[in-house]
Design a protein around this ligand. Structure first.
Ligand SMILES: Cc1ncc(COP(=O)(O)O)c(C=O)c1O
Length: 394
């Protein structure tokens, strides 16, 4: 068993100790003040829907109609018609036959990967895939292979090797994110699909940071690339652009039926609260409608404005990483910004590679032009001190 004292000391010495933010966790009556005083660039609420009146109303109505708790696992008749409605709407939106709603994206990855993979299968992941995808792959018992970030050549080499060893029963699954959570760049989806087809592999794409933002009506990168039919399984979370919480996997009815029957994080877990599902559905309704288009437009203006002011490359979605190298640099820069009124988190190992600590700026349609300008001015001041130098991702 780990020794808490020595483990925590070790983390502290390496500048890797994490703690809950006392500002955010102050008593409720000061929450408003805290939110007003700081400009928040740490949130994944990319379209500003977490505070939207339609989501709040949907959550309240669902609670009044069905109660607070969902009472049991979905398979024990927990949940409500809202859960099924959300699944139907998501599948329709993403252009798949079916989808399944989980308590969060992490549980979706764990449940889905352990349900669809078995020993003897090979799963090939991009090195920068989110922890939940790595953990799901590990739990599944399949052989794991990792390719350097977005490196198609290495992916092909791994596919050649896995294909040569595969049998009639074993499968190969490629996993990538559409927009990478720590680097903010996107996957070369077209080329990955070509490789997947060449080697008769399956493909799972995690659209966590692209749902609501990329593609027509925010349908994600798969739609951007006109490729939904070539992607076997798509995952997303409603905890980011959709403004609520919960995760979803969308695929053919056959895959979803299998996941429903085999995903332990789905079967042995109480259904997500009705309010959470109702708010996610309301979020999706906004995303798919004209208000969603308007919000995406505001978001892309904010992204363009910040990148122009900092003279950096515009990312495909709402995440702007500023890589500062050593953990202490990122911590110091984040603290500096906090003192100037901007919350920009420092991301450190193991979330990112050692020596690649960074500030991760998350932009939202809810930010005003003035707020973006204020952040840009604070960041420029910081970078102009000569103390911090921006580095490349790899
Ligand atoms: C790429 C990616 N997938 C999955 C998740 C997990 O989603 P959730 O927060 O709903 O558990 C995250 C969350 O940060 C993520 O960034």
């Amino acid at each position: 068993m780990r020794d808490p004292d020595s483990e925590l000391n070790q983390l502290k010495e390496q500048h890797l100790l994490r703690a809950l933010d006392q500002g955010i966790n102050r008593p409720l009556d000061t929450a408003e003040i805290v939110r007003d005083r700081f400009l928040d660039f740490s949130s994944n609420d990319y379209l500003g829907l977490a505070d939207h009146s339609k989501l709040k109303t949907a959550a309240i109505q669902a609670t009044e109609n069905f109660g607070v708790g969902s009472r049991a696992s979905r398979l024990l008749r927990g949940g409500s018609p809202i859960h099924s409605e959300l699944e139907k709407y998501t599948a329709q939106f993403l252009g798949t036959e079916a989808s399944l709603y989980f308590a969060n994206g992490y549980a979706t990855a764990l449940g889905t990967l352990t349900a669809i993979l078995t020993k003897g299968d090979t799963v090939i992941l991009d090195k920068k895939c989110h922890a939940c995808l790595i953990d799901g792959a590990r739990l599944s018992g399949a052989t794991i292979r990792v390719f350097p970030h977005n490196n198609l050549k290495k992916l092909e080499t791994l596919l050649i090797s896995a294909h040569a060893k595969s049998s009639s029963e074993s499968r190969i699954l490629i996993i990538t994110e559409s927009v990478f959570s720590m680097d903010g760049d996107s996957a070369p989806l077209r080329e990955i699909i070509d490789l997947k087809k060449k080697f008769k592999a399956l493909l799972l794409v995690d659209e966590a940071h692209a749902l609501g933002i990329l593609g027509k009506n925010g349908r994600g990168l798969c739609h951007c690339e006109n490729a939904p039919g070539s992607v076997d399984l798509r995952m997303a979370t409603f905890g980011k652009a959709a403004g609520s919480a919960g995760g979803v996997v969308a695929a053919s009815s056959e895959w979803i039926d299998l996941i429903t029957n085999k995903a332990r994080s789905f079967i042995y877990s109480t259904a997500p609260p009705h309010a959470q599902a109702a708010a996610a559905l309301a979020g999706l309704h906004i995303i798919t409608g004209p208000e969603g288009d308007h919000l995406r437009q505001s978001l892309s203006e904010n992204i363009r404005l910040l990148c122009e002011k900092l003279s950096i490359k515009t990312p495909p979605a709402a995440i702007v990483p500023l890589i500062l190298g050593e953990e202490t640099n990122a911590l110091e820069a984040s603290e500096h910004l906090r003192k100037s009124g901007c919350i920009v988190p420092a991301l450190r190992y193991p979330t990112v590679a050692r020596g690649k600590a960074r500030l991760r700026v998350s932009l939202s349609a809810a930010h005003t032009t003035e707020q973006i300008a204020e952040l840009a001015a604070n960041l420029s001041l910081l970078l102009n001190t000569g103390k911090f130098t921006l580095a490349s991702g790899d």
